[in-house]
Ligand binder design. Structure first.
Ligand code: ANZ
Ligand code: ZN
Length: 817
């Protein structure tokens, strides 16, 4: 039977793979060079969807290529299985989140197996298993010991829908990253990871990622960390003992500071406000509390503020300037207060014009007066109206003023970051309990390592409903414990960890997933790490990818890993959309991966995903044709089956049809380079061309028994296995090989067969032959003209540019001088 029938091939080969286990990573004694390929692990939200179909199909091309190239490949799979959707489902169904979670994991695992991804299933992990999250707690303890996990009070982002706090990274344009609800600010005491201690290293180590990571991800991280250089300047405030420090990137403009602004919601505003202005401040603060940071910082927002009835004193010229409270200054950035220089800062200028405050130009930029035009002049220029700085450039003035401030003890150079510490606590159930016990006498006491894991108490249904405090608080038996230090009555911390903790180190756990004595085996991580190629969505650019980099650096400092960056190369795949739009229930344009597979077979769906375009681009499912992919696979299958029936393996190819052999070797050469450079879609196109060439050789050339046809068919099986493993396996078997194509060696192109044919081209000048050129048969008219005119022999007969050149590629160039 020479029919390609995916629905019978799938169960057959799935069973074989299960028996042969061809994708199991090699052990200690495996001497082959190693490669670690990682796909961002899935959240078990239901069955696999089209997006999964794409990422895993793309990553599998790389993994399978490495297997064929003879590497010892680590390609693991697991589940990021803590998180809110499970909890919300459990509330709706009055069940335990674990039921929904583990049922979905089983569904996805079954689908992955059918989808034929080359995973090492023996390393499977689930972050919601106590055997995994115990190590989140262990790591938390290490962070705590190092002062990298700490609790503080402050305004935090609060999602009123999910009833939990969110990290800054989880607030997108003022809305909850998960549910889309508008985020509000709340005063709460919460746990933080001190990622800001690593800000410089997170920036500097990006040098290691240049070229390996998409530039836009690096830019997003750079902006998120937001390092800026400037100075801290201390201003005396009349009527207050201690001075107030401001952070400025433009200390050169100090003589142009005409007023002073404190963040309305900062403690400082309350402290310095004059009694008669207190009611106005209180009223203003109530308004400000309703706004997100994004809204507050928007440059086009109408400026608002309240005079605080006080004056600050400029440390360089003793000038008294009024102190205001406003919302465009943020409480948790810099020092929560600024010196306002309206001539050179647009937001300060808008504020000055609104409230009638003076504008003084101190950098002569050649542009018209900002007070007249309403446009601040932030650019370069010479200093004016600035005493000792007059005549200096901006850079010179910055250096000089920092010196002056230093001499007087009223300022110094300073660096500032936009990055905030990572807010860790969540007031939800389905996550890792924070392993801290609060003792009235001993304070915050970590649960001793040998008492980990602190497992979740058994809560379900209504008990999980969001109430603004963690559901764990209602499990009184669980909450009340003896203090590990003094044995007095104490209380467990009732918050759970942000689930991004789970994914910050899972790639290390895969190296020794069953280890019970440590989060990972240091030796195994030394063998496998860092990840050679990571594949996943760009939505993680500043969340997961920043946190994982942070964790890796901390673990490096603890001596547990010997590298400082976890992922050497990153590939962000595009999205699968339909009719030009993201798939959604409301648009009714959803496409179901399982249905596509039922209709067209796994191979055709995978091939369609990879063939649709460059991996980084979105795929519009309305523009592609899995049916056409299936047809191609039938053709390829027939070539393999017919060649297999007509000849036996092992006889060698040297006597085969030379034209077809050249096509085979050119294809191998190109596909190798295309796969290495991630041009997977073009690699598929070349594979299709090889199929056509082989078909032609069978039908109207030397016939199916020719050794070159076998060579083409065997090559086809290996190339095809990157995207269509079932078709490839069956073809390989029909060709008399076994037990699996997965470990077949990658074909090597013979350089002798890569030599391009050439044609002799005659070049005439004024009707006489002056040169003969050896050129490729496919040379274009333009290329040929250029070659001819570059010839020394031809140039000897030309005096300046010719009047006319007639080109008949590839054979003739006729030049009229
Ligand atoms: C005076 C000045 C003059 C400024 C000038 C800019 C231009 P980046 O680069 O983002 O770090 N700033 C400082 N703290 C702030 C806060 N808590 N909320 C809002 N704005 C704040 O920006 C630093 C600049 O942002 C600082 O430099 C300060 O304004 C403002 F011609 O100081 B500048
Ligand atoms: Zn105690």
């Amino acid at each position: 039977d020479e029919q390609y029938d995916p629905q019978t091939l799938q169960p057959k080969w799935q069973r074989r793979w299960e028996e042969l286990d061809p994708y199991r990573a090699g052990g200690e004694d495996d001497e082959r060079p190693r490669k670690y390929l990682l796909d961002m692990f899935p959240y078990p939200s239901g069955d696999l969807h089209m997006g999964h179909g794409e990422v895993f199909a793309i990553a599998d091309v790389v993994a399978r290529y490495w297997f064929h190239k003879g590497y010892n490949v680590l390609h693991p799979i697991g589940w990021d299985s803590f998180g809110l959707p499970a909890e919300n489902a459990a509330i709706r169904r009055n069940a335990h989140p674990a039921e929904w979670t583990y049922a979905n994991i089983e569904t996805q695992a079954t689908s992955f197996k059918r989808y034929g991804i080359s995973f090492d299933w023996s390393r499977r992990l689930h972050t919601s298993d106590p055997g995994y999250y115990r190590w989140n707690q262990w790591l938390f303890n290490r962070f705590f010991e190092r002062g990298l996990a700490y609790r503080k009070g402050g305004l935090v982002n609060w999602c009123p829908q999910d009833q939990t706090v969110l990290a800054n990274e989880q607030v997108v344009a003022g809305h909850c990253e998960r549910c889309g609800a508008e985020v509000v600010r709340r005063e709460l005491t919460q746990w933080y990871f001190k990622i800001t201690d690593y800000a410089d290293r997170l920036l500097d180590d990006m040098a290691q990622l240049e070229g390996g990571w998409p530039e836009r991800v690096l830019t997003m991280q750079r902006n998120w960390i937001g390092r800026s250089e400037g100075a801290d300047v201390a201003f005396e405030i009349e009527g207050r003992a201690e001075p107030v420090t401001v952070y400025t990137t433009r200390p050169d403009t100090l003589y142009g500071a005409t007023f002073f602004v404190v963040a309305a919601d900062a403690q400082l505003a309350e402290e310095i406000v004059a009694p008669e202005q207190r009611p106005a401040l209180e009223a203003y603060r109530a308004e400000v509390a309703k706004l997100s940071d994004i809204e507050r910082l928007a440059t086009d927002k109408e400026k608002t503020g309240v005079f605080l009835g006080r004056h600050a004193v400029n440390p360089v010229n003793g000038e008294r300037i009024p102190v205001w409270a406003a919302d465009y200054v943020l409480a948790d950035y810099g020092h929560g207060a600024i010196m306002a220089v309206p001539a050179h800062d647009q937001r300060d200028l808008d504020f000055a014009l609104k409230f009638g405050l003076p504008v003084r130009v101190v950098v002569e930029t050649g542009l018209p007066d900002p007070a007249e035009t309403g446009a601040a002049t932030p650019g370069e220029g010479r200093l004016v109206n600035s005493g000792p700085l007059d005549g200096l450039t901006k850079a010179e003035a910055i250096a000089r003023i920092v010196e002056i401030l230093g001499e007087r003890g009223t300022g110094a150079a300073a660096v500032n970051y936009r990055l905030r510490d990572w807010l860790l606590s969540r007031q939800r159930y389905w996550g890792t309990p924070i392993p801290i016990i609060h003792c009235p006498d001993c304070g915050e006491v970590p649960v001793p390592d040998d008492q980990l894991p602190v497992t979740l108490p058994d809560l379900r249904g209504e008990a999980l409903a969001p109430k603004g405090v963690s559901p764990l608080a209602s499990a009184t038996d669980w909450v009340n414990v003896a203090c590990p230090k003094c044995e007095g009555p104490a209380l467990r911390d009732t918050d759970t960890m942000d689930t991004f903790v789970d994914s910050s180190w899972y790639f290390l756990r895969y190296c020794s997933p069953q280890l019970e004595t440590a989060p990972f085996d240091v030796e195994q991580v030394r063998r496998w790490g860092p990840v050679d190629q990571y594949v996943g969505g760009v939505e993680h650019a500043v969340l997961h990818l920043l946190y994982s980099r942070f964790f890796t650096k901390v673990l490096h400092d603890m001596g547990m890993v010997d590298f400082t960056e976890p992922f050497l190369r990153l590939l962000n795949q595009g999205q699968v959309v339909n009719q030009g739009k993201a798939m959604s229930k409301s648009l009714g344009n959803g496409v179901d991966l399982g249905e596509q597979i039922d209709n067209f077979g796994v191979d055709a769906v995978r091939l369609t995903m990879v063939f649709a375009g460059p991996p980084e681009d979105d795929i519009d499912w309305a523009d592609v044709s899995p049916a056409a992919s299936q047809k191609f696979l039938s053709r390829a299958f027939r070539v393999m089956a017919e060649a297999g029936a007509a000849s036996a393996p092992g006889a060698g190819f040297s006597g085969g049809d030379i034209e077809l052999r050249k096509v085979v070797h050119r294809t191998v050469d190109e596909v190798t380079r295309l796969v290495e450079s991630h041009k997977f879609n073009v690699a598929v196109a070349r594979t299709m061309e090889l199929t056509t060439a082989a078909r032609r050789a069978i039908d109207s050339g030397p016939g199916a028994a020719d050794p070159a046809v076998r060579e083409a068919a065997e090559t086809l099986a290996v190339l095809l296995s990157l995207v269509a493993p079932y078709c490839a396996e069956e073809g390989w078997e029909r060709l008399g090989h076994g037990p699996t194509v997965a470990t077949a060696p990658w074909p090597v192109a013979d350089p002798a067969l890569l030599v391009q044919e050439s044609v002799t081209c005659v070049v005439q000048v004024a009707g006489k032959v002056r040169d003969r050129l050896e050129v490729p048969p496919g040379v274009s008219d333009a290329e040929l003209q250029e070659l001819a005119l570059a010839s020394d022999k031809v140039r000897a007969y030309l005096d300046g540019s010719p009047r006319k050149v007639i080109v008949r590629a590839p054979k003739l160039v006729n030049i009229v001088p």
